[in-house]
Design a protein around this ligand. Sequence first.
Ligand code: PEP
Ligand code: MG
Length: 592
Amino acid sequence: MYDEEPREQGKHDRRFEGLGISTGIAIGPAHVIERGSVDVPEYSVPAADVPAELARFETAVELSAKQLRKLRAKASALPGAAAEELSYLLDAHLHMLKGSRLVRGVSTRIRNTRINAEAAVQAELMELAQAFAAVSDRYLASRIEDVREVGTRIVRNLTKAPYQAFSALPPGAIIVAEEITPADTALMDPARIGGFASALGGAEGHTAIMARSLGLPAVLGVPGLIAEIRSGDLVVIDGTRGVVVLNPSPETVGRYERRREALHRRQRQLDRLRSISAMTRDGVRITLQCNMELPTELTLANAVGAEGVGLLRSEFLYMNRDEPPGEDEQYATLRRIVEGMGGRPVTVRTLDVGSDKLAYSLGEHIAGSVNPALGLRAIRLSLKVKPLLEAQLGAMLRAGAHGPIRILLPMITTVGEVRAVREIIQKVARRLARSHVPIADPLPPLGVMIETPGAALAADALATEVDFFSLGTNDLTMYTLAIDRGDEQVAHLYDPLHPAVLRLMQFASAAARGARIPINLCGEMAGNPRFTALLLGLGLRELSMAAPSLPRVKQRILSLDLAESERRVAQIMRQSDPGVIAALIDDFNALD
Ligand code: PEP
Ligand code: MG
């Protein structure tokens, strides 16, 4: 179907390999992001705008002080010496924001030379560095680092989102960086950005998940690229095969353009499946829903004929902003999604930040975890900072007045957590009823993610407490095998086909059936047609995935015989070697 595997040759075709985590081909100019430094624009400010520029600077100073005060409050909770040392340092930083030479100097520069605040901070820092360098006392001279740190904080607050510049890039630009976070990905508009590549990141991390949801071709974990590439270089991203080609020759560009066209043709064929039901050859109906990371995916979900939203990751609401959103704002966004799905159910998951999903607006709560994947993540944070959870649940109950909603809890490990949330739902419902605010009636079904080995093994107990299950195979694989899903160095060991993972999935699926509650699968396995026969054979009848994957999975279901799949899965579950399991799946898939 495609051209031969491209063999780039000659000095122009520099080939780099990494993890192809989101299919598709992108060809465009590179935009390289240097981490650590903040790009500081420099421009002159008209005399009339000087007061506004001064006010902008003061706001950034105030925000910096607020951040430092929050950090200091956190530091005081640290054990003994650490608390003292850190508080002392943060106090010194705070002091520098109060009419210090740095702050006074910047204001004077804005007033006298009429340059923008960011540039004034940089210029002032340079002058201070020279003055410090002239001091003979080494201890005092080294204090310039503190001044620089404070200055950089102010500049970051002035420029706000570090990657705001995404909107000013040439169309089709390819972002290249050491690391691209889920919050950065949320700022990428697929209509403008061609794709991205980074040195860090694993195939099942949230950056990868967002790339697939947005349909952005991407290659992660590419060693060496960042040292060779410059902004403006032409680059090819082959997200299907995990290849990046730097400065491709015209022949290479031509070859990739032909492959891109072939992929588009295939996509157009799949688009025709939109209104066909997903039914196996032996007549079993499978429900296909989509996962959603951003409200902008609504159009795509409808375009592929998703039967609902199986997982709405609410984290997007908290990213790229200074303060978390309140109940009203969340309600307005959820209502738009619920109405946009036109009566099909929307499963909204409560906040799942922590681990690799960080949100600046929640930094004060989640910063500093010794092991973030095992720390104050997801439901643990929600139950600790109750106002956050109450605002979320209030928004969900209110949005539920406009269409079917289900509430999903992430990272549950015990029935106690479920009971605690049920109580809070009742309390929030009473509060809203007292104010005569319309809410879902009856209250929405409450379900849990089965994504830790503990939850999977206690699935029979959890099933008696909840209305539905959602199998999160991304985390289930990570926690069962102790392999970080976002770490490219161990990506080759991350294997959802490990018998331990499959047994946990089978146990949870049987527990749901036994308790007669629905179970869906919303991990990345759901969107990979290679696993469809396996999942159906394990008893799953509802799958939720990134919208662009849905047509491919539907096509696979149409070609499958469920009874045959079940026989193959029975054979698979007797195996102990993941390699043999993979071969049994691939042989089965090749039969059709
Ligand atoms: C999962 O863990 O499988 C899952 C769907 O949740 P997330 O990827 O958001 O952690
Ligand atoms: Mg998860």
